[in-house]
Design a binder for this molecule. Sequence first.
Ligand SMILES: Cc1ncc(COP(=O)(O)O)c(C=O)c1O
Length: 360
Amino acid sequence: MPALREVLESGWVAPAGPAIAAFEAAVGAATGFPHVLATASGTAALHLAYRVLDIAPGDEVWAPGFTFVATVAPAVQMGAVPRFLDVAPESWTLDPDLLRRELRAAAQRGRLPRAVVAVDIYGQATELDAILAACDRWGVPVVSDSAEGLGATLRGRHAGRGARLAAFSFNGNKIVTAGGGGALAADDPVLLARARHLAAHAKDPAPHYQHSVTGHAYGMSSVLAAVGLAQVAALQERVVARRAIFARYVAGLADLPGLAFMPEPDWGRASRWLTAVLVDPARFGTDREALRQALDAAGIESRPVWKPLPQQPVFADAPSAGGAVAAGLYVGGLCLPSGTGMTMDEQDRVITVIRAACRA
Ligand SMILES: Cc1ncc(COP(=O)(O)O)c(C=O)c1O
């Protein structure tokens, strides 16, 4: 890999240098964001977003309940109170109508959230325009957790565009990866500059070590940036490949009763990072867990979709609004093998096992 060799030969292996700048420019070009900071992980990018929004202990941060714990973990660690809203069945992402109603009720109570986090799920962009409209009305900033959104679009623009801050992940399992890593992106250069300062231990400009606030060691290493650079260049190809995998699953399985695919609403084009299905045991004749076990017995790894955060022991006492949709997705939802490197034969095997498991 030429970019990696260049980094190793240049001596720039720290979280600084030309590979980082090139990676940030590539992420900016791929997503349309003018300002990008490469980070050690998507979680680090989210933490920096919460830092620059000055989330304080006791502040409410609202997020969809149907997501990975990292969406809210850094805010919770800063003392914020998470509040979980349900997702919409037509997208599996944050329900904007529910959000609108909840914001109005919160304004009446005199306790608006300090931030709303919208989340792109399994390569599907959330309905950010409706979310932004709902939040703008009350002056609530929106963070986009686009860790799973790389390559997805929303009305022709990249997922996350329009949010005050967007976090991306280049973790090993993502559609493009640096082996690990993330990025924080924004339109506002001042916010991004603050995040950049905090990401490198918040050093004040002085010849000696001086700090007015404490920061983090959240920069991405040049070695990972060089790996990520080559991957970001392949993003569009990967989207085409993942969508082709999704289409083959649909062609091979759509006739089975009680098996539905994650819907794609008309506002966006999903990357289909993961193909997710929803099993209705009454019609499919087998429940999600039995299907997962049948795949497992054939040596095929599949995963239940996200267990909703309100059902997680750590959030047993967290307030929430709705939740029946997310709970239903968890009961029936399964992510199928979707790796870009999967061969047609391998995919045919998955399809065969799923067809054999159907007892309709
Ligand atoms: C929705 C969501 N948010 C945040 C993250 C965190 O990203 P990272 O693993 O790069 O810290 C992930 C994935 O890992 C994710 O799926």
